[in-house]
Design a protein around this ligand. Structure first.
Ligand SMILES: Nc1ncnc2c1ncn2[C@@H]1O[C@H](COP(=O)(O)OP(=O)(O)O)[C@@H](O)[C@H]1O
Ligand SMILES: [Mg+2]
Length: 338
């Protein structure tokens, strides 16, 4: 299988080699051609740093990276020709129309005027912006801007589309539209997609394979099913009750031999077990014996959140990134049109 992305022992330290921030700490991963791959991790995990290395914006401190078979340190132009990039910060020009934004990008890649016109028409149609192409981007919503940036990243027919937190800050509705779009592009072309996200639902909805990154290290990498199978417990039972303190209940239930962990959670108990349907009646019986009245039971299958907790000992907080850096993406024609 050919690899769209292949990194080996990538590290990146910002600042002093000893006291600086180690943003990446030995990242080795491969993304197959045609894959939809997700890099999932909390804010500050190193996602953007990895993307900036892959898109040739910064050099790694050590280790190697190949994108579409090309070493990022050896042939930056070659890499940039083959990738489309949607950086974390929005980069479309507010003072220009959607069409103008795309046209400048197309010129940057030396696409002929005729082909630019056709390509813009075609891509704007797919992302649902055909009617708005002649309006200034300043009049677009956040979701429309993102859709334009996805379309723009595909102007030069890249083999690999790289998106850094593509739905950061979007409302749930716009987020779904972007998901739809990516799925559509993925299905219609032989496009490899690599995206980063700190939204578990996003990774779960879109990605075939996921790498979980935390403090600059890949802590797990597999398909979603594989990641879940890698966690010993299989089900999570949440049970609510009256007439018994949560702490006391956690101790009792935690002592049952089929229970992997029992943790108090908002007047209920989160109980991790291997077999939920088997465990539920036994948990209920035990609580009743302790004098509790069970009011509600909920069984859910393991989620990516549980996988993340298993590997890192804490949940991913899905709050928006605060004060994230504004980086200019690879191949962004910043010097045109201004
Ligand atoms: N240019 C920089 N200078 C110094 N530290 C940086 C720089 N860029 C990122 N970092 C630090 O590296 C770590 C990883 O950041 P980043 O790759 O942006 O994470 P993520 O995209 O996963 O939120 C963070 O601790 C961040 O503060
Ligand atoms: Mg980031």
């Amino acid at each position: 299988m050919a690899f769209a992305v292949e990194t080996s022992g990538l590290t990146k330290t910002f600042g002093d080699a000893n006291r600086g921030v180690k943003a990446l700490d030995g990242v080795s991963l491969s993304v197959g051609e045609g894959e939809f791959f997700g890099l999932l991790g909390p804010n500050g995990a190193g996602k953007t740093t990895l993307i900036r290395i892959l898109t040739t914006l910064i050099r790694p401190t050590s280790g190697t990276a190949r994108v579409m078979g090309i070493d990022v340190a050896e042939d930056r132009a070659g890499v940039r020709e083959r990738i489309g990039v949607v950086p974390q910060a929005t980069t479309s020009d507010l003072d220009l129309t959607g069409i103008e934004n795309m046209d400048i990008y197309g010129r940057f890649y030396s696409i002929s005027a005729k082909e630019r016109r056709e390509r813009i028409d075609y891509l704007l149609e797919i992302v649902g912006l055909k009617e708005r192409g002649r309006d200034l981007v300043a009049t677009y919503s956040g979701g429309m801007r993102r859709r334009l940036e996805v379309a723009r990243a595909l102007m030069h027919r890249p083999a690999l589309l790289i998106l850094d937190e593509p739905t950061l800050g979007l409302d749930p509705q716009s987020r779904l539209v972007v998901w739809d779009l990516l799925t559509k592009f993925r299905e219609s072309y032989r496009l490899t997609i690599l995206l980063t996200t700190h939204y578990m639902a996003e990774a779960e909805a879109l990605c075939e394979r996921i790498a979980i990154i935390d403090y600059g290290k890949i802590v797990a990498i597999d398909t979603i099913d594989g990641l879940k199978k890698g966690v010993p417990e299989k089900d999570v039972v949440t049970v609510w009750f009256k007439g018994l303190a949560v702490d006391a209940a956690a101790k009792e239930i935690g002592g049952l031999k089929f229970v992997r962990s029992a943790v108090g959670e908002a007047n209920g108990l989160r109980v991790a077990v291997d077999d939920g349907p088997y465990a539920i009646p036994l948990i209920m019986e035990r609580l009743k014996d302790e004098g509790a009245e069970v009011t509600r039971v909920f069984l859910k299958e393991l989620t990516l959140e549980d996988v993340f907790i298993h590997h890192t000992g804490r949940p991913i907080r899905e709050e928006e990134a605060k004060g994230f850096s504004y980086f200019i993406g690879a191949g962004m024609p910043r010097r045109f049109g201004r």
